[in-house]
Structure formats: C-alpha cells, structure tokens
Design a protein around this ligand. Structure first.
Ligand code: SAH
Length: 365
C-alpha cells in the first residue's frame, strides 16, 4: 500500500525514466483489476443555472453575460436515446446547483430514462439534501458524482463559498450517498492556486479512505470570467498560491494523480477527463487511458447549449456532433489497443464485499 511519503515523492518526481515506472505500474493495475474495456458515459449538461459562487467555475452565480439554459425532459430523453444508440452504457446528468431542478422533476426524469433505455443513470447535480438523494435513488438513479475538489478545508472554503447559513460538507454527502446504495464518485482539480503537493497527497489518501467507486481528476483550467481565473491586478492576490510546494495545473501532474489514484484505488472507475483532453488536445485523452484511466465521458449536450456551459474555456470536443465524436473515439481507443466497453460498466464490488464470510471487515450477513 502506498504511503503518504511515497505518494508525495511521486508527485515531486521529474525524472522521465522513473515516471515511466509509475505509468507502467498504474497501467498494469488497471489492466489486471478493471481490464481493457473503456466504459463510455454520455454526459449531458442539463442546466447551467447555478446558485453557488464557486471561485473557479465559469457557470457560477452572478456571472453576467452568460446565457443560461435548462433543458426540458423531452430533449434530455433525446440525448438518452442517442447514448443508447451509440452503444454507451451510462447517461450522466450534470448541472449547476439549480434549485429549479426540483426533487420531483429529477425523479420523474430518472424514471423516464430508466423506462426508455437500459442505461445506468449517474447524477451530478451538486450538493443536495438527503431526502432528494433518497428520492432519486428510489427512482432508479445508480450513481452520483460529487468532487470534494480539495481535502484542504481552508482552501475549499475560499474557493467554494457556502450558501448563507449553511456549511458545505461534501464528505458528509458522499457518505450519505454510499449509505443510500449509490455507486459514489468524487475527485479533485489539480493545480488550484493555493493547493500544495502535500495536500494533493492527502487527496489521494482520502480517495482510498472513502473507498470510492469512481474518481474524476483533471487539471484546474483558469477561466478569465471567474475570481480565481482573472489575471491578478496590482496589490495582494485574493487567492495566493502555495509557494514552492504549489501543485502545477499541468498535464503531467494531472496524469500523476490519475496514476496514483489507480494504485490507491485499484477497482475504481477512473475517467480520462475532458479537462485533460483540453489541456493536451493531441493526446491528453490517451495519456490518461495509458496511465490508469478506464472511462471516457463523451459530451452529448446538444451543440446549441454547449458553448453556454463553459465551466472552463475551450472545452475539447465542443464543436463536434456526437456521431463524429463517438466514431473518432472508437478509432482512438483501437489505436492504443483498447476497446469500448459493453454493458453499463458498473464498479467492481469492494474487496470486503467480494471476499466472502470470514473475511476481515466483511459486511455480508
Ligand atoms: N455543480 C456540480 C457539477 C460541477 S461540474 C458540482 O459542483 O458537483 C464538474 C466538475 O468540473 C467540478 O466538480 C470541478 O471539479 C470541475 N471544474 C469546474 N470548474 C473547473 C475549472 N475551471 N477547471 C477545471 N475543472 C473545473
């Protein structure tokens, strides 16, 4: 098992030959534990309305000049049909924190998708009450994604202000989701100003402690229309960096976190993220897949909405139609000796559940 010291040493490693060893180990664990299939999850960004003012995010509340949209159920069902037609196993419904997506509306939508397609449904709708999460689970939602963004609590509070009178507790929500029987995904951005490599090592240990089913990590990409991404003027910066230990927001560091996440959580489904593909359009996607990742999330949001859903600028694949994008993706997978997964691509059961009676920490009856 990787120690914190070893994780930190890898995060600081610059030697190409040594890094090849990290990539080789992560790829071997990926092959042995989750195989060569790359699960495709169709992502639909169903609303870019958001009540929160996250300092990093391009769809934050209060950003002026951004046209807002909210898709209707019929449009979303059209995207679900496209996902099924393209052979994807999962539909991911993502949005800003949008109170107009009421609990009942989302539950009806989940039921409709499940009735019309064989797809697994993943929700990524931000921080919500336990009653909403329970309702959606009962309606058939399979998985939930909620990144904790950073395990450094004071950095999190700076970049992710809580709504008035409430404390944002993403770790509590992740535990609630697991108790409700969701497959649970979380993750972080890599290279947030103020994020140290030491705290990134803690993030990876937290992935392991949470025993995550899915882990999404990508480089932080500065958005010029946000407080965190705005070029600093004169005076003291509002978001100082972490000095000599600042985590770089580059492809290499993001790949290291993907690889270390694979070593820390061998059974997890780990996407090679759009942010990684955006920072290196030529082969960022492939680098992720060759360094521990086993999932890709092609964007199925209708093109008319896509430019408006800019959580960060210049997202990869933004201007392609879904058929072209899916076709090209399959070719790219074949070129690196991988193939698109069939079926839903559910997470493997945790070791403790698979090991059977008598095993340590066994929860079986
Ligand atoms: N409102 C939902 C979905 C957010 S979008 C939620 O908060 O969970 C999904 C992820 O995109 C976020 O969790 C964050 O990690 C990432 N993201 C947002 N802004 C980003 C940026 N500027 N650069 C890189 N990743 C970003």
């Amino acid at each position: 098992m990787l120690t914190r010291g070893e994780i930190l040493a890898w995060l600081r490693e610059r030697d190409e030959a040594r890094l090849q060893e990290l990539w080789r180990r992560a790829d071997a664990v990926r092959r042995e534990r989750v195989g060569d299939e790359v699960h495709l999850r169709g992502l639909v960004e169903i609303s870019n309305h958001c009540a929160r003012a996250c300092a990093y995010c391009g769809i934050r509340a209060g950003r002026s000049g951004l046209p807002r949209y909210r898709m209707g159920p019929e449009e979303i069902l059209g995207c679900a049909a496209a996902a099924a037609r393209l052979g994807f196993g999962t539909l991911v419904l993502q949005s800003g924190e949008d109170p107009a997506l009421t609990a009942a509306w989302v539950a009806d939508l989940v039921r409709a998708v499940k009735a019309a397609t064989p797809l697994a449904v993943t929700l990524s709708l931000g921080e919500r009450d336990e009653t909403d999460l329970a309702l959606w689970r009962a309606a058939g939602a399979d998985r939930y994604l909620l990144r904790f963004e950073t395990s450094d609590r004071s950095l999190f509070d700076r970049i992710h202000p809580a709504p008035p009178g409430r404390r944002s507790d993403r770790l509590a929500q992740l535990r609630t989701l697991a108790a409700l029987g969701y497959e649970v995904g979380s993750g972080v951005m890599v290279g947030i100003p103020g994020q140290s490599l030491a705290s990134l090592a803690d993030d990876i240990l937290l992935f392991r402690d949470l025993d995550l089913d899915m882990i999404g990590v990508g480089p932080y990409l500065a958005h010029p229309e946000t407080p965190l991404g705005r070029p600093a003027g004169g005076g003291a910066p509002a978001f100082p960096d972490a000095g000599g230990d600042q985590a770089p927001s580059d492809e290499l560091t993001a790949c290291k976190v993907v690889a270390l996440a694979r070593l820390a959580c061998p059974r997890a489904n780990i996407p090679s993220t759009t942010a990684l593909a955006t920072i290196n359009r030529a082969d960022g996607r492939e680098h992720g897949l060759l360094r521990g990742a086993n999932v890709v999330m092609p964007n199925l949001t209708p093109p008319a909405y896509r430019a408006r859903d800019e959580i960060y600028p210049d997202k990869a694949c933004r201007d392609e139609d879904v058929e072209t994008c899916a076709e090209r993706l399959r070719c790219r997978l074949a070129a690196i000796g991988r193939r698109a997964g069939s079926g839903r691509g559910d997470a493997r059961a945790p070791e403790r559940l698979r090991a059977g009676p008598g095993a340590e920490r066994c929860r079986c009856p």
